[in-house]
Design a protein around this ligand. Structure first.
Ligand code: HEC
Length: 128
């Protein structure tokens, strides 16, 4: 990186620090996803557990209440990471903290595998 002086310098330095932090977070999440990928979940067992999620996310993974997101076809590793985050308290949400706390590590692998396995097709994009 070139060292600069003048009014631009502080801004550039801050942007660089922010970028470096994002890179660290990205690498950390990738590592977490990779380590979870090793223990693949069981889709059938996950379907049974998904009954716990049904009221808010639907068995089809499409949100049934305004504050719950769609999770159908979501990246498996992402689902696993988020469920662990709710369970550990690193990510907080009243409903999800309660639900995730009731799941074992294996349950998390299984429900993640189930929702990730839902086939999602994208139709026309807006403006097409
Ligand atoms: C009572 C409603 C409710 C139930 C039951 C519920 N959820 Fe959620 N879920 C939510 C809400 C609300 C959020 C959004 C949380 C937030 O804003 O951070 C959420 C978020 C999530 C997320 C994060 C999605 C993202 O895009 O980051 C995942 C994954 C998830 N839920 C999975 C599940 C699974 C799996 C179950 C069943 C084992 C379940 N949820 C049961 C309400 C619910």
């Amino acid at each position: 990186m070139q060292l600069r002086t003048g009014p631009d310098r502080g801004r550039r330095a801050r942007a660089w620090v922010a970028l470096s932090c994002m890179r660290v977070v990205a690498v950390a999440s990738l590592a977490a996803a990779a380590s979870h990928a090793a223990a693949a979940g069981d889709v059938r067992a996950g379907r049974v557990k998904a009954q716990l999620c049904q009221a808010c996310h639907g068995m089809d993974g499409l949100s049934k209440v305004p504050d719950a997101p769609n999770i159908a076809g979501q990246i498996e590793g992402y689902l696993v990471t988020q469920l662990h985050a709710f369970k550990s308290g690193a990510r907080r949400n009243e409903a999800m903290t309660v639900v995730a706390s009731s799941l074992s590590d294996q349950d998390i692998e299984n429900v993640a595998a189930y929702f990730a396995a839902i086939d999602v097709k994208i139709g026309k994009l807006p403006g097409d």
